[in-house]
Ligand binder design. Structure first.
Ligand code: MTE
Length: 301
């Protein structure tokens, strides 16, 4: 990729957190008074990408290794030991081996990315992540010519992850990307939120973030990254293949078999500002549509 992606708005030049919250309430109030339409509200928020609060982001989670309730990860994830942490990078790379988290943090350049997060369950947030481009880590390991895909695996520790004692999915949680998706400058490994180390419930010490795909592609607490020439299996595709495909790009025109994907509930959005239209590729169409040129996105869901 020839360019490094830039945030349209960074937290440094934005209003402080308290003002975000007040502004959100003000805008919500305007909706209540009928001053602007719901679509106008959605657009205004999109343009500014107002991040959700620390509490929204860290108390309302999906991390089934710690339970299937939205509050379970916040309650249970403290049990996970994240230091020391080692990530195995193997498969079709020049320098396969164990990469310590300390070594990764020393080598990578951490920056802030304020991204939309759209869950396949039709809720959304905006998260100010801190992290580095996955491409930088893959280049450190040296991707070999024949590699076409990247496979990811979450830690599996039955003693530290109470949810894994139940066969909810076929543990460990696994995910995958096509190599060009993995190397895209929007794709990051997040190691922080709001400038603080990433909480365990959000995938400490390192989780994937692919903002144009449904949230389940953004696999947490990664222990293995494998470069391969075969499309890797993914946890939700193995569990319910007709509902969750390999690509899982956010697409308001292709519904989930059991619900519409046309709109989403904004977590923390309040009573009147609670729903907005879902955007193609979650609003990142300009950046990523070219990756899927000529592909039938209904077939490759
Ligand atoms: N990664 C693992 N290992 N286990 C999970 O259950 N849930 C996914 C994804 N990554 C999940 C996971 C889903 S469905 C979503 S929507 C996001 O994490 C939620 O990320 P958040 O809790 O940081 O908002």
């Amino acid at each position: 990729m020839a360019y490094r992606w830039k945030n349209t708005l960074t937290r440094a030049d934005a209003t402080p957190y308290e003002e975000y919250v007040n502004r959100r309430q003000l805008m919500g109030g305007a909706i209540g008074l009928g001053l602007v339409g719901a679509a106008g509200m959605a657009r205004a928020e999109d343009e500014a990408l107002v991040p959700n609060s620390w509490d929204d982001i860290t108390q309302y989670n999906n991390f089934y290794e710690f339970g299937t309730g939205k509050g379970d990860p916040a309650k249970n994830a403290h049990m996970l030991t994240t230091e020391p942490w080692t990530v195995v990078i193997d498969g079709m790379v020049d320098a396969p081996g164990d990469y310590s988290m300390a070594q990764i943090m020393e080598t990578m350049t951490i920056e802030e990315r304020i991204y939309r997060l759209r869950c396949v369950e039709a809720w959304s947030m905006v998260v100010p992540w801190n992290g580095f481009e996955l491409a930088d880590l893959l280049n450190l390991a040296g991707v070999q010519g024949g590699a076409k895909y990247v496979a990811f695996e979450t830690a599996l520790r039955k003693d530290e992850m109470p949810g894994t004692r139940y066969p909810v999915i076929d543990w460990p949680y696994v995910e995958g990307l096509r190599l060009d998706e993995a190397m895209h400058p929007l794709t990051i490994m997040a190691t922080g939120i709001y400038g603080k180390p990433i909480p365990n419930q959000n995938g400490a010490p390192m989780r994937l973030v692919v903002p144009w795909k449904y949230g389940f592609k953004s696999i947490k607490s990664i222990v293995r990254i494998t470069l391969t020439d075969q499309e890797p299996p993914t946890a939700w595709n193995k569990a319910l293949g007709h509902e969750y495909g390999f690509y899982s790009n956010v697409n308001p025109n292709v519904d989930h078999p059991r619900w519409s994907q046309a709109t989403e509930r904004v977590v923390g959005g309040g009573l009147f500002a609670g729903r907005q239209d879902t955007l193609m590729f979650n609003g990142y169409e300009d950046e990523v549509a070219s990756l899927y040129e000529g592909m039938d996105l209904r077939e490759n869901f």
